[in-house]
Design a binder for this molecule. Sequence first.
Ligand SMILES: [Zn+2]
Length: 457
Amino acid sequence: MKLYSTLTRDKRDFEPAGDAVTMYVCGITASNSSHVGHALSSVVFDVLHRYLEYRGYAVRRVQNFTDVDDKIIARANAEGLSPEEVAEKYVQEFFRDMDDLNVRRATEHPRATNEIPGIIRMIEGLIEKGNAYPAADESGNVYFRVHSNPEYGKLSGRTVEELLEGVRIDVEPGKEAPPDFALWKASKPGEPSWDSPWGPGRPGWHIECSAMALEYLGETIDIHGGGLDLAFPHHENELAQSECFTGQKPFARFWVHNGLLRLDGAKMSKSLGNLVTVRDALDGYSADAIRMYILTSHYRGPLLYDEDNIGTQERASRRLRQAANVASRADSGKSVDPAPFREHFVEVMDDDLNTPQGLAVIFDLAHEINRGRDAGHEIGAAQAVLRELSDVLGLTLAEPEASEAGLSDADVEARLVSRTEARSNREFAAADAIRDELIAAGIAIEDGPGGTTWSRV
Ligand SMILES: [Zn+2]
């Protein structure tokens, strides 16, 4: 398959260097509820993992949790909890959200606070090699010496000077140069801290990922993933730390970045304060619909948050489910051949994980199944392939859980049939009673020229 790498800025043939694909994906900071932007990144790398397995590779995917940082400490103070309790609460919430989105768990989910010895060893090694230094003011901070690494900037493609333009750099008295960044932060009173050769403190954000990638996947990894907003400075710094420490290049053979979620045209960031949490989205829509909404856009492009689109995907997912489950008369003596669909699916997904086209192939197959059913063809093999390809995208084709009033899709359809009958018999009170029952159950119905459509609201 061909995969785009941010480092080389082109699509290249992907093969793992060893027996299994090694993939490191930057995880969340466990300081708050996950929002749809986190779902976007998780679904993209879940689908990449599933597709690589579908192509016959074993995959080791590691996704970390940042479980100590300023935001977690601030949250702990606000909620009257310890930082450990805050991190644990949001780690568990993340797992619940992602399980419900049918995102498979990574092979390993390491946490920064469990990796302190490896992080300290890495910082010590960087100091020995001249790539890092303890702050001159004896504050207990340790910094990476950016000027010691002539290749710094190669991932984001800019020089150090360009990178610093327009970036606010905190004045830190112990720093040799403005672009240097913290590897170890001395703890302030009341903050969580670990002993180190430089005094009590905690790791900087960037070093934890370098240390965990090394610990769990080795010196060179096949794929490093994360959101495009992490490319600079986080991934640039990770790359510099790892290559300077191990002396092995490249640290990551492919840098895969997903585009970002936009809300009303603006990047969805915590500062906007109008986040849509994963839980909010799951309360309104099925996991299949949310995944399809994400996957109808190519992973490298931006994704606009659009509830109407998710509603459209809800109806589309129903069409897939119906095609997968419809019974056939199978009396024509012919059958629907799914092989060309499978081939086409692999062809488009091999091209940098083109999920919009992969979904289009699945819908073409669903259409062919329906045509074959109407013509009395055998459709069982085609339905099996429909399920197989849907599973590569993590679509369960399961009926969403019944709404609060306990109406399944089939219940709703049955009531709509009764309502149509009542209307054609001019029993309008009975028809209205059915409509009111559906509305009370959270079902929106719309009468159009082509019949009645419905959706869960
Ligand atoms: Zn990271």
